[in-house]
Write a protein that binds this ligand. Structure first.
Ligand code: A3P
Length: 328
């Protein structure tokens, strides 16, 4: 039919906006009921924080530096996204320990995760660079909406809800009254359509990083930042390998670090998304492995945008024990 939902790039899952290209109600249900094993490893990120990098690093640590997995298996099957449709297709081929990436917030992890001993590596990246990276990703991926003007995109990124939040009580009341007949007629998805026009992929950055902090996971979780990895990749590899009880020989360490450099990964067809058809990801608009640096925000933010962005983020992480390397 001509239902508005059918024309949308997105679906909404527990208030989170997800691209339909790779998620479905079935894949989300699958994630919810997924049977986590104690040996499983989850790399958790907010989108554009270094997920693809980790899909290269962790298999190489587990293989002791043998490059076969990263030369033969595309990143999305090598370390699949738990919540995406491909996981159920490749799960039987995965070897133990299985490694997954996920952008899910803590409370939406599979039920069996909480009682398991599965390990988590949480990667955080400077939100200013995340916003810039995300802006370009929206431009090159045809399954995401055009990001529009950078300033608008930034405001949306910060509020997590686009224009909606500012609209105030009056507008909210009008909306509610308008939608009552629709709600009554069970057309809930129609309401969702209006609502998710205003959402940001996987919700607000601060919500994501906060929900993965101060948890009861103890030594099951390792926190690292994208910036720490850039500054000292070998140091990061040592931390990962100790955390996973897979210490690398010096030789293997050198080899993995070398292979996981930005330029080498950019040339790896199994990791640079060049296997994806151009009408889905257009690298002439912006390559997936775009710049791979920290501080690119300085080339995009005006002083006013920077001041506002910092103020909002600071306010929202107030009271938590956050200390980010980019603040020093
Ligand atoms: P930029 O757009 O700033 O270049 P994700 O994989 O979570 O979507 O994140 C993508 C970001 O990680 C991109 O950032 C990409 O270039 C960067 N990235 C991927 N591999 C990298 C590597 N080996 N070294 C540095 N950055 C890398």
């Amino acid at each position: 039919g001509d239902h508005p939902m059918e024309h949308s790039n997105y679906l909404v899952y527990h208030g989170l906006l997800l691209p339909r290209a790779v998620h479905s109600q079935d894949s989300l249900q699958y994630a919810e009921n997924f049977q986590v094993q104690d040996e499983d490893i989850f790399v958790v990120t907010y989108p554009k924080s270094g997920t693809t990098w980790m899909q290269e690093i962790i298999p190489l640590i587990l293989s002791g530096g043998d490059l076969t997995p990263v030369h033969t298996i595309p990143n999305w099957d090598r370390v699949p996204w738990l919540e995406e449709t491909r996981t159920s297709l490749v799960i039987d081929k995965m070897r133990c320990p299985r490694v997954f990436v996920t952008h899910l917030p803590y409370h939406l992890m599979p039920r069996s995760f909480f009682s398991s001993k599965a390990k988590v590596i949480y990667v955080t990246r400077n939100p200013k660079d995340v916003a810039v990276s995300s802006f370009y990703f929206h431009k090159m991926a045809s399954f995401l909406d055009d990001p529009g003007l950078f300033d608008k995109f930034l405001n949306k990124f910060l509020s997590g809800q686009g224009k909606r939040k500012k609209s105030g009580l009056k507008v909210t009341m009008i909306m509610v009254v308008t939608f009552i007949p629709i709600i009554i007629s069970q057309q809930m998805s129609f309401v969702c359509f209006f609502f998710f026009l205003c959402l940001v992929l996987f919700g607000k950055w601060t919500d994501h990083v906060k929900c993965w902090r101060n948890l009861d996971l103890g030594d099951r979780i390792l926190y690292i930042t994208y910036e720490e990895m850039l500054q000292d990749l070998k140091g990061a590899l040592v931390r990962f390998s100790r955390f996973l009880n897979r210490e690398l020989t010096l030789e293997a360490l050198e080899k993995v670090a070398e292979h996981c450099s930005f330029n080498n990964m950019k040339n790896n067809t199994m990791s640079n998304y060049s296997l994806v058809p151009e009408d889905i990801m257009d690298s002439s608009k912006s390559p997936f492995l775009r710049r791979g640096v920290s501080g690119d925000w300085k080339n995009h933010f005006s002083p006013e945008q920077e001041a506002k962005f910092s103020a909002v983020i600071k306010e929202e992480v107030k009271g938590t024990s956050f200390k980010f390397p980019w603040d020093e």
